[in-house]
Design a protein around this ligand. Sequence first.
Ligand code: ADP
Length: 228
Amino acid sequence: MNEAEDYAYIELNDIWKIYKNEDDVIHALSRINCSFKECSFNIIVGPSGCGKSTLIRILGLIETPSLGNVMINCENTSDLPQKIRNSIIRDEIGMVFQSSNLIQTLNAIENLTLPMLSSDNEKAKDLLNKVGFNDYNKYPNEMSIQEEQRVCIARAMVNNHSIILLDEPTGALHSKESFEIMELLLELNRSEGLTIILTTNNKKLSQFDCNMFEMIDGTILNRTEHTS
Ligand code: ADP
């Protein structure tokens, strides 16, 4: 393996996340060490409550770990002022969640142009085409759940983000629709060179060409690296 192939684009070093409620201490994540290569396709799989969403929020820099470092492109994000972290979020990271958070009063094009640094309808159409959605003027309440997820994936790419994090993107979909979304994400990973990390509790998604991280009780139990 040469140096370029070995390069860890995103690295989690000794990550712990501990939530303290009045009587309870919850170890949502315990000593997580893992890395994700540039342009790789990664699935984090595990049962509900094992810490997947917490891990995605920490990777997306929208939540800070109790202990440990998140390295992005060799930079330790924990040491950076919030302003710089915000610019990494804005420039590098697109996020998609299980339930679409599209703005209901905006159509598909407008949902994409809103977060753009400078509004560009043609770019919005191009991205919507890339995710297989061409009803540009449809509003979210006229879309199927799968269509909403496609628009959310397009929106996650509007500022040329190189990292797309998806928390249970297929959680509300039938298996056929889930597989279609997975095929789309694989295609975007290959054609756009995106680094994709997604969570799921559906082990059947492990049949896709990906690096697989299996979580249980806040830890990574197993990892399988995609080799070809
Ligand atoms: P998953 O995404 O795998 O379902 P989560 O990351 O949502 O798991 O949750 C992991 C554990 O952390 C669960 O026990 C959950 O109740 C707890 N947890 C998550 N977020 C919070 C929070 N903000 N406050 C307290 N406990 C939390």
